[in-house]
Design a protein around this ligand. Sequence first.
Ligand SMILES: [Zn+2]
Length: 283
Amino acid sequence: MSTARNFQTEVLNLLIQIPEGRVTTYGELARALTGSVRAARAVGQAVARNPQPITIPCHRVVRSTGEVGEYGGGVAMKIQLLRAEGVEIAGGKVVDFEHKVFRFEDEQEQLRFLTDRMFGKLTTWLRILGYDTLYAADIPLSRDQEDEDNALAAFAAREGRILLTRDKNLVTSAIRKGVHCVLIKTDGVLDQLQELLQHHVPITLEPVPERCSECNARIRKVAARESALLRHNRYVPQDMIGTWEFWVCDRCGRIYWEGSHWRDIRERLKRLNGNEDCRSDGE
Ligand SMILES: [Zn+2]
């Protein structure tokens, strides 16, 4: 009995990871949970028992053929919900299905970081690049230095995070725990990103509106019907509401858009990419 309930919970936990504007399939959910698509039927039953439709977005689960499939509130409602999130549907099927499918294992392979207290700015930039990055100062740890080091290393090991630090002793103890660790030596954030590349950490230097740079939660696109959310924030350029795209962090409330700050970051990253090219040409 408890096993069935755990399975149900695990399915619901996966459902909340499907981003707005994407879909997944019963098979993908089954593969993520059991390593095989054979559990797809059991997954389908668990999805159908979703106690909180819309909040837990089971409407984002479709058939492996791209057909929309069933929904508790009716197929028409499912299509309406998906369209509202930017998923195009034609002839009962998801348009551009291959690019719309969210595969959990791709997500699990994504780089995740844990940064020590020296790297507030690097933390912000990694989040702007879309990487799940936890900052040591934000996780509750012991005040005693040695304990903090141990706790940081253990935390990185448990969550499969790459630990970025300036502390050689921490690197030694973390590597002993099997943690992927990078000793950062430079001060400027661009130099630090370059160091990651030199250590063969395959980060992509392209800002993406996926993660809150303040609190690390995923951000989501603000729908047209939510414009009140934008009007309540004085720092949002009010004349651009309805013209620009905005994103919101549901955890801390921060609003994002591709403004001048964003363009500045993109330019600086481009120069970094350029430097890299020059360097390899020179070698
Ligand atoms: Zn936030």
